[in-house]
Design a protein around this ligand. Structure first.
Ligand code: OGA
Ligand code: MN
Length: 275
């Protein structure tokens, strides 16, 4: 089934059980869901998110601030600066292709972004179907990567900012991070997905660095293709929910003079990524 689906006419603050079951099924089938015209408080967003599982606490913002007062589950994605301090993370630059927090042993299984304020242009977000990426690999390449593990770098976030408490490094061999199988089996759908995390400082265990770099470049060439991506142009009130185990995403830069404010929750993964 195609990547990305808009589900119209649902108010996420008052879904009944039957509606939620349908949403859950559609999320597994399409990996990314869009709901427009929502009017949610932070508590509504948290309550909806909790129907998918336990929530992670938001990662530390780039300023060192932890989270929205009273709501440790909410991560603010924003370029807005108030009293000299950014209210959120990721600035106004590009956020490069990535899977959220794949440098953890147990990355979140889903993320949900709710748009409060968006710029008139720019800041679009793109999703890539990693089942499709795996299925598009030539058989010989699939055989070559079977059983390999990739280190997911913990140094930089997708905006290129160094994470709290980490020393900046561009050495893929020695950068901090955790290894996951390059090809993972989705715990709920049973489908195989290519699991790349992000390109910067990626390192395939057991290979000489030059070989790891060449193989990663080859794999990444299968990702950035239109046939397996879905583009989203934001409107205020949009909620986008994605399966973090079977997709990657990236965001365009936008005019830093324009305001963009989104609130995000993350649903804990119940299992570590498995081959
Ligand atoms: C995120 C993210 C992209 C965006 O919140 O995980 O990558 O569109 N955001 O701001
Ligand atoms: Mn992200």
């Amino acid at each position: 089934m195609p990547l990305g689906l808009e589900i119209p006419h649902l108010d996420l603050s008052r879904l009944d059980e039957g509606e939620f079951t349908g949403v859950y099924r559609a999320w597994l089938d399409h990996q990314v869901l869009l709901f427009r015209g929502q009017q949610l408080t932070d508590l509504d967003l948290i309550t909806f998110s909790r129907r998918f599982g336990n929530l992670d606490w938001a990662p530390v913002q780039e300023t060192g601030r932890r989270f929205v007062e009273g709501h440790p589950e909410i991560y603010v994605v924003s370029n807005v600066i108030e009293n000299g301090t950014p209210i959120g993370s990721l600035g106004a630059g590009e956020a490069v292709w990535h899977t959220d927090m794949s440098y953890l042993e147990r990355p979140p299984k889903a993320s949900i972004l709710y748009a409060l304020e968006v710029p008139p242009a720019g800041g679009n977000t793109y999703f890539c179907d990693m089942y499709g990426a795996y299925e598009s690999l030539p058989e010989s390449l699939r055989r070559r990567i079977a059983g390999l593990h990739l280190k997911h770098d913990a140094t930089y976030n997708s905006g290129g900012y160094v994470r709290q408490g980490v020393a900046a490094t561009d050495d893929p061999v020695n950068s901090p991070g955790v290894y996951h199988p390059l090809v993972c089996t989705h715990p709920e759908t049973g489908r195989r997905a290519l699991y790349l995390g992000r390109r910067r400082n990626g390192f395939i265990g057991g290979l000489p660095l030059a070989e790891s770099e060449a193989l990663l470049d080859e794999l990444w060439s299968y990702v950035e293709r239109e046939e397996i991506t879905w583009a989203h142009r934001w409107q205020a009130g949009d909620v986008v929910l994605w399966d973090n185990r079977a997709t990657m995403h990236r965001r365009d830069a936008f005019d830093p003079g324009m305001r963009r404010v989104l609130h995000r929750t993350q649903i804990q993964g119940e299992t570590a990524p498995r081959a």
